[in-house]
Design a protein around this ligand. Sequence first.
Ligand code: BGC
Length: 363
Amino acid sequence: MKMRPIGLIALGAVAALTLGACSGGGRGSDSATSGSGGGIAAGATVGVSLPWLGTQNWKEAQDMFKSQLEAAGFKPIIQAADQKVPQQQQQIESMISQGAKVIVAAPIDGTQLGSVLAKAKGAGVPVIGYDRLLSNTDAVDGVVQFGSVRTGEMQGQSLLDGLKAKKANGPYNIELFGGGPADPNAPNFFTGAMSVLQPKIDDGTLVVVSGQKQFSQAATLDWDNAKAQARMDSLLSGFYSNKKIDGVLSPNDGIARAILTSAKQAGQATPVVTGLDAENDSVSLVWQGTQWSTTYKPTDKLVAKTVEIIKSLQAGKGMPSTTVKTNNGKIDVPIYQLDPIVVTKDNAKEVFANDPTRLALLK
Ligand code: BGC
């Protein structure tokens, strides 16, 4: 795997520093306008709306937004919505009424925030999507994320690599899991992975024994690990009572651990399982050789990129320019994209060299 992502992230960090250096000159005006040179007052309130705290990345985001926004002189209001769309809508509405000058939103359902974001727009409050796309609305100024199709391609490739590493030749028996269907990332992760896996299914290298190859069949409602484990239990009892399962595409680490638990309980030898987020529990499993891989999306870098954009707005410079755009059903949304990194036992020490918490798990 090429290590290009680290270079990109390093560049992002340099850009952050550069912007940071010239962002002290907020106009002192209290009106938030994106791109019009208006600027945002020093010490302004920034609202951050997260979908839930059920996976480590969101807990990290909660802590890092607090520390990074405060360090930049802003007053953060950070709330998580426990996978309940109306709760998220109300939280954002209340951030607007408390005077937030920027809204950062990671939607539970990318299609369900249109009306509340329209209120933000009406109040002149710029909206930045965080990690997930905000769809079917023109009230979004940009989205900061790890490329979600790219993430899926990396997961698909990692599954193939792991299968080959464990057994030189196929055919390999595999199953496919997707994330929560409301999350705009989940179908993209699956599409990216299938772009790598489908040709190998077509040529017979990979066999999806259950035949469940559609995202709708593979998806895991609300990213609920227990639901994934129940599906894995029934796949194993229904299709693998006298077969070995070689590998499983898992969209994130929580689901990977559920799959591994189910396989163990069914008496299967450990299959090759992918993941996402480099959660502490899975970093340990990768290091022990139980989970084949995880895909690391450094939360601190994504939060830093978001804060860099907020500083640009504060300085009256508007949204930074980017050539990457995604159509969200209404408009072409500027995308500020970072690259994730696949982690296996082989490169874990190198990838986590600057992440003391994760590095400490590699022993
Ligand atoms: C995020 C993942 C996370 C998942 C479930 C996705 O949108 O990109 O990092 O594991 O949501 O919370």
